[in-house]
Design a protein around this ligand. Sequence first.
Ligand SMILES: NC(=O)C1=CN([C@@H]2O[C@H](COP(=O)(O)OP(=O)(O)OC[C@H]3O[C@@H](n4cnc5c(N)ncnc54)[C@H](O)[C@@H]3O)[C@@H](O)[C@H]2O)C=CC1
Ligand SMILES: O=C(O)[C@@H]1CCC=N1
Length: 264
Amino acid sequence: MSLPSLLLVGCGKMGGALWQGWLEEGLAPSVILDRRCEAPPAPHRVVRSPSEIPRGFKPDIIILAVKPAGMEETMASLRPVLDDTIVISMLAARTIESLRAASDGARTKIVRAMPNTPASIGKGVTGVCSTDLNEDERKLCTTLLSAVGDVAWVESEALLEALTPISGCGPAYVFLLAELLEKEALRVGLPPDTARLIARGTVSGAGALLEASPEESETLRKNVTSPNGVTAKALEAMMAPEAWPATMTKAIDAAMARAREMAS
Ligand SMILES: NC(=O)C1=CN([C@@H]2O[C@H](COP(=O)(O)OP(=O)(O)OC[C@H]3O[C@@H](n4cnc5c(N)ncnc54)[C@H](O)[C@@H]3O)[C@@H](O)[C@H]2O)C=CC1
Ligand SMILES: O=C(O)[C@@H]1CCC=N1
């Protein structure tokens, strides 16, 4: 199946992850706009400025994946190509209202999405919301986003913002767990190669089991935890109300507060 043609604006860590996933799925001829990007395989191409976008190139969808603070400048530079497009903004914290204001009256439909970097291997989760789309346009966006993982449409921007610190930021929390496990493995005397192998293997193996199993994550956790055994002691420390549960709540609240600051 060929995915729609895109103008990807910003091909950094997130745009690059999405691009990689889409490329592997088979993308209609598309253009990347980024000053710092290597040439993609033909028939796709990279351009360094909006003025280099080939005349006659009419993307089905424009993906915005620049830094949130660069949104206004980027939208202004895209003004000549905005009419009659769907813009999917991946930018954290930037509201549909601010995107619309920055589109300077263009006939464009605005979608807000929050992807995550496992999209590069087709294992992403993308939250998405828009009130602009008709049924066919919504299907088109779903086709594109579901090529790189699961898609969760939400009814409001408030829900998209609630989802951001969970799934948008979430891979970082899991990678932090892998880092901390590796450090602990070193601390208790394992050689570096073994520490790396067992920390990464444990996080990726547990993730794969979670994906493959119909069981709840709680059940999978309990399956590891022999009554009065060694895991139980470790979890007692982690699951104390003031430990991981409180830290997670504090972390999610801090991320949401930062998003509110970035939006204003
Ligand atoms: N990194 C992540 O895990 C996630 C990031 N996001 C969002 O994705 C956006 C990009 O984040 P990252 O990829 O992490 O940043 P990044 O700094 O890695 O990538 C930004 C890219 O945009 C390019 N760029 C800057 N100005 C441009 C312009 N005017 N025209 C074209 N390209 C331009 C830069 O050269 C760079 O390659 C942010 O808005 C962020 O909130 C959303 C979900 C997850
Ligand atoms: O840290 C950030 O602001 C972006 C949004 C979600 C993941 N990275």
